[in-house]
Design a protein around this ligand. Structure first.
Ligand SMILES: [Zn+2]
Length: 449
C-alpha cells in the first residue's frame, strides 16, 4: 500500500490522502484549502493524481477542509462512489451548498473564479453511499471501516487494511473529551501506521470541567455590564453543544434567562440534522430525548433564518447573547455584530474554536487592538476571551493517550493537519512518550507499507 499526502501536510486545511495498491486507488477526504487568498488559490491547481482513475472516496467528516474539493473531483472526471456516515452525508450537503453561495458572491462582487458549478454539487450528492460505523467495506484487496472519532456529529476515523500487506488508520479530526451530544472517540484499533491530525499538537486545553464555570461567569459578567456576549460560531460543531449548555444553565437557574440569538441559517440546518439521528447521541443526550425533551428548543432561544431577522437583533436591548458564523470571523453575519460590539467595553467576544492564521479571529485571539471589519477600522474595547475546552479537537495529551492506550500500538506515526510547529511538536512528543518513530510529511510525499 502506498499513501501520498496531497493536502493538510504541514498545514491545517486541504485534507486529501491518495491510497494506492495493486489494482485499487482510493482517496481519504478531498478537502479545500482555506485561509488567505494565496492558500485558496491552491484549490484551483490540478490534483496530484488523475481523478478519472480513482475507484472510491472515503470521507472522515463534513468540515469543508475535508470535503470542499469533492465537486471539483467530480468535475475533473471522478466516476466512483463517495462513502460516508449518514449524518456526514447530510452535513456535507449543507457545507458544500454554503461554500458555493460564498464562492458565487465573491465571483459576482470581486470577479473571483468559480472552482466548480452548482451542478457539480448535485452530482457529488448522487455519488454518496452510506457507510455506518463498524461495517466493513471490501474494495479489491482492501477492507475499510469507519469508527466514531467524536469530533463533530457523524465524524469518523478510517481504518484501511490491505490483505497481507499492512494497515493504516487515518484519524480524520479527533474530538475533544466530554463534549455534549457526541460520543467519545473510539479506542485506536490495531494498525501498522497511524496518520494523525495535529491541530492542537502543541497545546493542552484547560480542564473541560472548568468550561461550564467559565461560560457561566462570562454570561453573568456580560449581563451585569449590560453588554452583548458575541460568540463566533462554527456552524457544524460547537454551536449545538454551546446551546445545550446554555439551555442547561438557564434551566438550572445558574444564569439569568436572556435572549440567545442563533444568527446562522447553517447552524439551524445542522441542528435539524442532529435531531434526525438520535441513535448517534451519547448517553446524556439520549436521556433527554427519552424524556421527550428537545435540547435545541428553549424559550430564550431565537432562531434567525432570514437577513431581516438578523437585523432585528441590533434593535433588541442588551444584555443579549448572539451566536453567529463564521467561526474564524473572516466572513458571514458575525462581522456585522463585531462591527457593532467590538468597540463596546461592556461587551465580550468569546472565542470557542481554532483560529487559522490570516483570519480576523486570529488577530483578535492574538490581542490586536486595532482591526479592520467590513472595511472599517475599529479600536477593540470589548473583552476578548477564549475557552480552549470548547475546541472540537483533541489536544496533545489526548492524542498521545489515544496511542498509549491502544492494545496494539502502531509501528509508525505521521502527523498531519496541523501548522508546521504543532505537527512537529506532536511528533516529538509522541516519540518521547510512546517510543514510536513519528514524522511530519510534506505535500506530495509518499510512504510505502
Ligand atoms: Zn474537522
Amino acid at each position: 500500500m502506498r499513501i501520498s499526502f496531497f493536502g493538510a501536510a504541514r498545514e491545517v486545511t486541504g485534507s486529501c490522502y491518495f491510497v494506492e495498491t495493486s489494482g485499487t486507488r482510493i482517496l481519504v477526504d478531498c478537502g479545500a484549502f482555506q485561509g488567505s487568498a494565496f492558500v485558496e488559490a491552491r484549490n484551483f491547481q490540478p490534483f496530484g493524481f488523475d481523478p478519472k482513475t480513482i475507484d472510491a472516496v472515503f470521507i472522515t467528516h463534513a468540515h469543508l477542509d475535508h470535503v470542499g474539493r469533492l465537486p471539483k473531483l467530480i468535475k475533473d472526471g471522478f466516476k466512483g462512489k463517495i462513502y460516508l456516515t449518514p449524518p456526514t452525508a447530510d452535513l456535507t450537503k449543507i457545507v458544500l451548498e454554503d461554500a458555493f453561495h460564498i464562492m458565487r458572491d465573491e465571483h459576482r462582487r470581486q470577479y473571483r473564479p468559480m472552482l466548480y458549478e452548482s451542478q457539480d454539487i448535485q452530482d457529488t450528492l448522487t455519488r454518496f453511499k452510506a457507510l455506518d460505523y463498524d461495517r466493513v467495506m471490501k474494495l479489491g484487496n482492501l477492507s475499510i471501516n469507519l469508527e466514531d472519532a467524536g469530533h463533530i456529529f457523524g465524524s469518523a476515523f478510517i481504518r484501511i487494511s490491505e490483505q497481507g500487506n499492512g494497515t493504516a488508520v487515518f484519524s480524520g479530526d479527533v474530538g475533544n473529551q466530554h463534549v455534549p451530544i457526541l460520543r467519545e472517540t473510539v479506542a485506536l484499533p490495531e494498525t501498522d501506521v497511524l496518520i494523525t491530525e495535529s491541530t492542537y499538537g502543541n497545546r493542552v486545553h484547560e480542564d473541560e470541567s472548568t468550561r461550564e464555570t467559565k461560560l457561566r461567569d462570562m454570561v453573568i459578567k456580560t449581563i451585569r455590564q449590560k453588554g452583548a456576549l458575541v460568540i463566533p460560531a462554527f456552524a457544524i460543531e460547537r454551536t449545538q453543544q454551546l446551546l445545550y449548555e446554555l439551555h442547561d444553565l438557564m434551566e438550572k437557574k445558574f444564569i439569568p434567562s436572556v435572549p440567545v440569538y442563533l444568527d446562522s441559517p447553517m447552524a439551524i440546518q445542522t441542528a435539524d440534522v442532529i435531531e434526525r439521528y438520535p441513535q448517534y447521541y451519547d448517553e446524556d443526550a439520549t436521556a433527554h430525548v427519552l424524556k421527550g425533551e428537545n435540547f435545541m428548543d428553549f424559550s430564550s432561544l431565537k432562531l434567525c433564518r432570514t437577513r431581516d431577522e438578523s437585523k432585528l437583533i441590533n434593535e433588541a436591548p442588551k444584555p443579549k447573547i448572539i451566536i453567529a458564523g463564521a467561526g474564524m470571523m473572516n466572513g458571514g453575519r458575525i462581522q456585522h455584530h463585531l462591527l457593532r460590539y467590538l468597540g463596546d467595553p461592556a461587551s465580550t467576544v468569546l472565542i470557542i474554536g481554532y483560529q487559522a492564521k490570516h483570519t480576523l479571529g486570529h488577530q483578535l485571539y492574538e490581542g490586536k487592538k486595532m482591526v479592520e471589519v467590513l472595511g472599517e477600522r475599529i479600536n477593540v474595547k470589548a473583552t476578548i476571551l477564549s475557552i480552549g475546552a470548547y475546541s472540537a479537537h483533541a489536544d496533545q495529551t489526548k492524542l498521545v493517550n489515544w496511542v498509549l492506550n491502544a492494545t496494539h500500538k502502531p509501528s509508525h506515526i505521521y502527523c498531519t493537519h496541523g501548522e508546521e510547529g504543532a505537527a512537529i511538536a506532536l511528533a516529538t512528543r509522541m516519540t518521547q512518550k510512546t517510543n514510536i518513530p513519528a514524522d511530519v510529511p510534506r505535500f506530495g510525499d509518499t510512504i510505502t507499507l
